[in-house]
Design a protein around this ligand. Structure first.
Ligand code: ADP
Length: 439
């Protein structure tokens, strides 16, 4: 800056000196003319470079620095350096913003940045999906005017955001979101949203499960307790006593069945898939299941067995036998006397293996079908109890199927009967040993 003013003063002194020189040699008029011309030239010179600077700044491009001389050259260089450093800062800022956005996009939770009036500044993809907003279209709009859920609006307006809130039904009736507003910076706000639908569903299932187990065990326990009190307080005949003891045993057996099935389920749930690779000869297994069905039925049903393929099924033998036996036992228990039951193993055209149990029982109304594999779900509660059912059999079958990559299919028609099929993938099948032909 000092250098600049020294140059101005020196230029002025040179022009004045020139005038004074001419005046001293008696040429005052031409002296002043020369001085004015020089002054004019000096002004034009600076106007020229000023104009260049203006043109450059108006259509600013960093790499098109105009040529200058003297003070102008250093002025252009200074502008260049300043512009370059601000460009570098802008680039750094853009990079930081990009990093922030990719970090928030990578987050499993929704993030929305808001100003103090709840106007949207930015929302990541998860928040866009969870709240039904779009940064592109809704930036600058008030979030409350877009997400009009009463609980959400009242939380945002409450001013007490220390704790998160759980809100159901934003965008979709069964979605559950955990929402928290965090003020930051001078007046900005960060809205965090987390989809906890799955966790909430698991928690509900757990709660229902505990309630169901307690309920299932409470009934036989109450009955047992009643009999115990009667036996203790009343002088009973031997015959009556043994009748009561028999009834108590049925209730104790019922509790034992429930606990055993619960243990089987919990064991099945402890690992996602089976590692056991037992070769199970299907013809022998079908025959065994047929015999079990006959003894369960006590000759009250016609039992048919068909095994159209001599296959070996690979899997956990104890699990598969228990799943097949559950289907057979259901068919026997729910089919009235005189009905028929068919146990079948066959190969499907696509190479998969199908195990099915069909009965001519009461059938099941279609609205119950999707819920049959839920724990303790029963269509006919009293029939299930009467026949010693726990309500866990099909849940076990479904688990075993999933662990063996098999599908459980249920076809049923009310009044006609039901067919439960387990479809095993081809990779779980091997051809059985060749049968020796009779001579
Ligand atoms: P349960 O121990 O009560 O039999 P399951 O889980 O095995 O429990 O079966 C669930 C319900 O599905 C049963 O309570 C019954 O209402 C129905 N069900 C199962 N198998 C049959 C069948 N073969 N015919 C008619 N209803 C059936």
């Amino acid at each position: 800056m000092v250098g600049f003013w020294i140059r101005i003063v020196l230029s002025m002194l040179a022009i004045a000196g020139m005038g004074w020189l001419f005046a001293a040699i008696g040429e005052a008029r031409s002296g002043w003319l020369v001085a004015v011309l020089l002054l004019g030239g000096w002004v034009v010179y600076h106007l020229f470079y000023l104009q260049k600077a203006m043109a450059w700044l108006e259509d600013f491009q960093l790499d098109r620095v105009p040529h200058g001389s003297g003070a102008w050259e250093s002025l252009y260089a200074k502008i260049y350096r300043l512009a370059k450093s601000s460009e570098r800062q802008r680039q750094q800022l853009t990079e930081t913003l990009k990093d922030f956005r990719s970090a928030t996009e990578a987050m499993p939770d929704g993030v929305v940045t808001l100003d103090e009036d709840n106007q949207i500044l930015y929302a990541n993809e998860q928040a866009e999906d969870q709240l039904g907003i779009s940064t592109e279209k809704d930036a600058g709009r008030n979030l409350i005017n877009i997400v009009r859920h009463p609980e959400f609006v009242s939380y945002l307006n409450s001013g007490s955001w220390e704790k998160s809130v759980v809100i159901r039904g934003i965008r979709s009736s069964n979605r559950v979101l955990q929402v928290q507003l965090i003020p930051y910076g001078t007046r900005q706000r960060l809205l965090m949203t987390r989809d906890i639908t799955q966790i909430d569903r698991l928690e509900t299932t757990r709660r229902d499960f505990v309630a169901n187990v307690s309920h299932e065990l409470k009934t036989p326990l109450t009955v047992l307790n009643g009999f115990l009190e009667t036996l203790r307080d009343l002088p009973l005949q031997e015959e009556q006593k043994s009748q009561y003891l028999g009834l108590m045993q049925i209730q104790a057996q019922r509790m034992q069945n429930i606990v055993e099935d619960l243990l089987v389920l919990s064991k099945l749930e402890s690992t996602a898939s089976v590692t056991q690779e037992d070769p199970i000869a299907m013809p022998a297994l079908i025959e065994r299941l047929g015999n079990d069905a006959k003894s369960l039925s006590r000759d009250q049903h016609q039992i048919h067995c068909h095994c159209s393929a001599n296959s070996i099924l690979i899997g956990a033998e104890d699990e598969l036998s228990s799943a097949f036996a559950n289907l057979v036992s259901n068919a026997v228990r729910y089919t009235p006397a005189g009905g028929s039951i068919t146990i079948q193993w066959a190969l499907e055209p696509d190479g998969s293996g199908s195990f099915s149990v069909a009965d001519t029982g009461p059938g099941i109304e279609s609205q119950h079908l999707p819920r049959l594999t839920e724990r303790f779900y029963r269509v006919d509660r009293s029939r299930s109890r009467e026949t010693g059912g726990t309500g866990l059999g099909l849940a076990i079958v479904k688990h075993v199927a999933t662990r063996h990559q098999a599908q459980l299919l249920i076809d049923s028609e009310v009044g006609k009967g039901s067919r439960f099929t387990l479809l095993f993938p081809e990779k779980r099948l091997r051809p059985g040993p060749a049968q020796s032909r009779p001579d």
